[in-house]
Design a protein around this ligand. Sequence first.
Ligand SMILES: Nc1nc2c(c(=O)[nH]1)N[C@H]1C(S)=C(S)[C@@H](COP(=O)(O)O)O[C@H]1N2
Ligand SMILES: [Mo]
Length: 414
Amino acid sequence: MSATTRRRFLQATVALTTATIGAPAAMASGARPAGGAAAPRAPGAPPSRYGAPSPFEAAVSRVGFVSMPGAPASGASRTPLEQLEGTITPTSLHFERHHSGVPEIDPSAHRLVIRGRVNRPLSFRVDDLKRYPLVSRQHFLECSGNSAALVAPVAVEQTCGEIHGLVSGSEWTGIPLRTLLGEAGLAPGARWLVCEGADAGRMNRSVPLAKAMNDGMIALYQNGERLRPENGYPLRLLLPGWEGNIQVKWLREITLTSEPAMTREETSKYTDLRPDGIADQFSFAMGVKSVITHPAAGLAMAGPGWYAIKGLAWSGAGAIRGVEVSVDGGRSWRSAQLDGVVLDRFLTRFRFDWEWQGQESVILSRATDSAGRVQPSRPAWLAEHGPSFNYHCNAIQAWRISRSGKVGNTYVEA
Ligand SMILES: Nc1nc2c(c(=O)[nH]1)N[C@H]1C(S)=C(S)[C@@H](COP(=O)(O)O)O[C@H]1N2
Ligand SMILES: [Mo]
């Protein structure tokens, strides 16, 4: 932001603040402004065992709950992206996707077994795993079903979190898979890992050995504390940048094989249908993507003036190189600022200052990653996929701002 722009931005903010607290005379005369209205003299609450958000923030919760008819345990909830800042998702608001509910696992009874084409089959207790050299990495996790609503022929009236909240960002701490595989010793022909969870459905996926050896992790901690039950306690598979489905929660068994197991989740599900009717199997890495989280559907404008357009960008292929923003429905684009250190396969925050003059506007964001991939427009994404196919949708989101300041989902032509 230029110096002039920043001054105008700050002036606008100050004007708004003074008007709201109704003390322009005191401010103008240079007198000390009064303190906050609610500064109680009586002592407050004592320290607490485990912290919780302010009761005034009680409206901030997971959103977009869905479950299969008659099977509430097979469901999902989403992160309220438009309510949050920064790049780490509070663990309590991390999205959830369970195929057969959250199992209650006693870590003292749980084992992680490595078997199949290995020289030494191994069985680990959770307490033993905690003693290994651990690494911490910040990565996003995104379900392949995220943003599927953008495939609907008419733009759905949902919030940003309801449409795009099957993505979250965390600091994960765990053991590099190569450490454990090295200990087991790979036998001839070991090329795949068939990884199975301890949930009722025993959800399982096949992982190519190269990915496991490169940056696969057995995660034990999330944002500094032990994993939450809904995110895989006591341990889960973490494969940075790859689709959420393959990051097996409640991991109990890794079988080294020469071929993939062709499980349900990699045959009838999570394969990409192309326009010619043929499906790609194993579309592992998530696409390059961004979404404006403010202003966004679920929020309203507070009248004309300066706004920080902000959002999140991420890519399963590497780091975010740039994000462009359009405030005229995609006719012109300008570069947004990337905030902080841009990490590989993690959420990147972008910001763009904009003066909204109260006119009807359509705002969009478009990300580019270190692999040179550019986020596609919705029409371009649809042209690449078969009819009504909606997994792995990384199309550009457009938000329409009405004159009254209502923000909602919309589609643009190109
Ligand atoms: N064992 C097991 N692992 C699982 C699942 C599951 O139902 N069972 N769901 C998968 C899917 S589809 C996704 S998107 C991610 C969701 O992880 P989260 O609930 O921690 O956000 O976990 C994956 N791992
Ligand atoms: Mo998923």
